[in-house]
Write a protein that binds this ligand. Structure first.
Ligand code: TYM
Length: 332
């Protein structure tokens, strides 16, 4: 079976709606057709300032949320990145074939380092995409389901795989990004031209998957919409309404056209009230399931340990091959 791999950082107290629609929904859908590896990149999370106790807690929350989303440990390996040391080991090797200029062109690094001034950005933040390439290549993954903001990192991964193969002989599968256009970029509810993000300026712009009904309802109802009142699909002219329609469509699996038709002649407010209810239902049951899973840490530990075991079996084989090809002395 072909392989699929993806990860989502535990850098907030909860994942958000953008993570769910852009990534997790796809992860879950791909588990049947693919041999799946899904993980929590805790090593990536330490490239920005963080608190150790908080990181540990967030890692458990992340695991519970991925399970709540439908990642099924009987079909997929669910694990924590730092439990599989081969990721970091391969990242070092890939660092040797990554150009400084090439890494400097990563737009996410440029954005993130610009936010706090580049002097306060860590070297880890700079080399972060190389670790991400290692995450993917160590499993010889064919597909990488992500949102639009990760496309450039997957492109770098492809380049590094091809470069290594060219220099040292066929070693890596060259992976493909799996990006579902309709949900590849869910926008901030308060600024529908910016992506919904953990680091959003306005907390009301982001629906967290641990929000209460009340919070969700308030956020959706107060979403910034556009001038005019007619509900039509116009992502450039009406980005606010388009974002709400995208979320509506992703949540109900109804095509945008039919939603637009359903709301013909109605006001923005009607759409918001209905969507607020739908999202509140979804987030409420997602949250309940997450809290239930979080109540049994022993079970979470067991699932993650099992996942790490499955992951290491594959990762150690790739690393051995890479060391061999790279000219390291082996077999003593
Ligand atoms: P992260 O943790 O920022 O986000 C996790 C996933 O959610 C997607 N996403 C979105 N999709 C649609 N709309 C949004 N507003 C939105 N915000 C986030 C992201 O594209 C991502 O798929 N570098 C990665 C984590 C990572 C990884 C990997 C991913 C580490 N190693 C290997 C894939 C393969 C990241 O920071 O995603």
């Amino acid at each position: 079976r072909p392989r699929v791999l993806s990860g989502a950082q535990p850098t907030a107290d909860s994942y958000h709606l953008g993570n769910y629609f852009g990534a997790f929904k796809q992860w879950v859908a791909l588990q049947d057709e693919f041999e799946a590896f899904y993980f929590i990149p805790d090593l990536h999370a330490i490239t920005v300032e963080y608190d150790p106790a908080q990181l540990r807690e967030r890692t458990y929350i992340a695991a519970a949320q991925l399970l709540a989303a439908g990642v099924d440990p009987s079909r997929s390996a669910l694990f924590v990145q730092s439990h599989v040391p081969e990721h970091a080991q391969l990242a070092w090797i890939l660092g040797g074939i990554t150009g400084f200029g090439e890494a400097s062109r990563m737009t996410q690094f440029k954005d993130k380092s610009a936010k706090n001034g580049s002097d306060s950005a860590s070297v880890g933040l700079f080399t972060y995409p190389i670790l991400m390439a290692a995450d993917i290549l160590i499993y010889q993954a064919d597909r990488v389901p992500v949102g639009e903001d990760q496309r450039q990192h997957v492109e770098l991964t492809r380049n590094l795989a091809q470069r290594f193969n060219h220099r040292f002989g066929e070693t890596f599968v060259v992976p493909e990004a799996h990006i579902v256009k309709a949900t590849a970029k869910i926008y901030d509810l308060q600024d529908p031209t910016a992506k919904m993000s953990k680091s959003s300026l306005s907390p009301n712009g982001v629906v967290s998957l641990l929000d209460s009904r009340k919070q969700v309802t308030k956020k959706i109802r107060s979403a910034v919409t556009d001038s005019g009142s007619e509900i039509t699909w116009d992502p450039t002219g009406k980005p606010g309404i388009a974002n709400l329609l995208s979320i509506y469509s992703a949540l109900t699996d109804q095509p945008i056209d039919s939603i637009v038709k359903q709301y013909e002649g109605q006001q923005y407010g009607h759409l918001k009230v209905a969507l607020a209810d739908l999202v509140a239902d979804f987030v409420e049951s997602f949250g309940n399931r997450t809290r239930e899973l979080l109540d049994d840490r022993g079970e979470l530990d067991r699932i993650l340990a099992q996942g790490a075991l499955q992951a290491r079996e594959v990762a150690s084989k790739t690393l051995e091959l890479v060391y061999e090809r790279s000219g390291f002395v082996r077999g003593i």
